[in-house]
Write a protein that binds this ligand. Structure first.
Ligand code: AVJ
Length: 329
């Protein structure tokens, strides 16, 4: 019976457990109304990542100009043994925003944790990716947690008390947070991992402006498409009527604040309808869509210390473009 073969293909690996901590899927409408009602219009960068946005981010990562992803991967690959030596084996690794679950694979053979918990808001992608991981590493207990690391779900993450907890947060996503938010996030992680655990985190480093400007203005135009997709998403999901040719991508490095800013700039005066509301744009007015903060190794170390991680070690690439930090007590 082909019914049997089909059922067998759908069998979950025995070393995989799924936990659902996600709040019921709400509309993005409230976030959008709130952001566009500010004097300086803004939208949260998490809205970039619908299916198309995630694919465009993948395309960005494949460009020459966008160095962070390949540089971080190279560090994890080349320094896996040293990183594992620092962390020690037998830990419970919790990855925040695990996505396709690619980066932890670079560490697993050296790191040899007993538990790997992948946390992500995107249910379908998480279940598929964690199922593949569990099949590829039969010795590892894989827990797929559907949830938002931005919400306070630590209390619900019941991991065995005997396991040393290590949070893995690669990709320099911490760059999206304001420095105060970033410190708050580090404090939350510190509370989760306790005195014996730690945080392995990827951080994009300060560097010459031309490298940064190019990374967020790739010649292929994927970053522009990624930024503009946000408006296309609002048209698709909320029935908004953004004219995509009437907005342009704008990304630049602010040296004083050590951050890339991304905006969508209105090419002319216009009105846009979203749901029951109408938003007015002046010519040249922007929607601020993302900040991507860059840190010096010293600056990030100080922030970590202030958040309760006195000890840190960093691994970097030969050009010091990117840092992988292990923070602990
Ligand atoms: C996924 C937040 C790390 O800030 O570099 C890439 C997102 N934005 N190109 C970054 C992004 C534009 C990226 N992070």
């Amino acid at each position: 019976m082909n019914f049997g073969a089909r059922a067998a293909l759908r069998l979950e690996p025995r070393n995989l457990w799924t936990v659902d901590l996600a709040p019921p899927a709400g509309s993005i409408l409230q976030d959008v109304y709130e952001g566009l009602s500010q004097t300086r219009k803004q939208l949260p960068p998490k809205l970039f990542y619908d299916r198309r946005g995630a694919a465009l981010f993948g395309a960005i990562c494949g460009t020459r100009a966008y160095y962070p992803t390949r540089t971080e991967n190279a560090i994890l690959e080349r320094r896996a043994a040293e990183i594992a030596g620092e962390i020690g084996s037998g830990s419970a690794v919790i990855e925040f925003g695990a996505g396709e679950i690619e980066k932890i694979r670079l560490l697993l053979p050296s790191l040899r944790p007993t538990i790997y918990a992948a946390l992500d808001i995107s249910r379908e992608q998480l279940v598929q990716a964690s199922s593949r991981l569990a099949q590829d590493y039969p010795w590892l207990a894989v827990i797929a947690v559907i949830g938002d690391y931005g919400s306070e779900l630590e209390s619900q993450l019941t991991l065995p008390a005997y396991a040393r907890r290590v949070v893995f947060f690669p990709g320099s996503t911490i760059g999206n947070f304001e420095p105060e938010q970033a410190t708050g996030f580090l404090r939350r992680v510190r509370a989760l991992v306790g005195d014996t655990g730690g945080l392995l985190i990827g951080v994009d480093l300060e560097k010459p402006v031309r490298i940064l400007d190019l990374a967020y203005n790739d010649p292929e135009g994927y970053t522009a498409a990624f930024n503009l997709n946000l408006l296309a998403r609002l048209n698709r999901e909320l029935g908004a009527d953004f004219d995509l040719t009437a907005f342009e991508h704008d990304a630049f490095y602010d040296v004083a604040r050590s951050r890339i800013e991304m905006h969508l700039r209105s090419r002319r005066a216009q009105r846009v309808r979203i749901g029951s509301r109408v938003f007015t744009f002046a010519a040249g007015e922007t929607i601020h869509t993302e900040n991507s903060y860059k840190y010096t190794p010293q600056g990030f170390g100080e922030m970590a210390r202030a958040a309760g991680f006195p000890a840190s070690r960093m691994w970097t690439d030969p050009d010091h473009l990117f840092g992988v930090f292990f923070l602990h007590s």
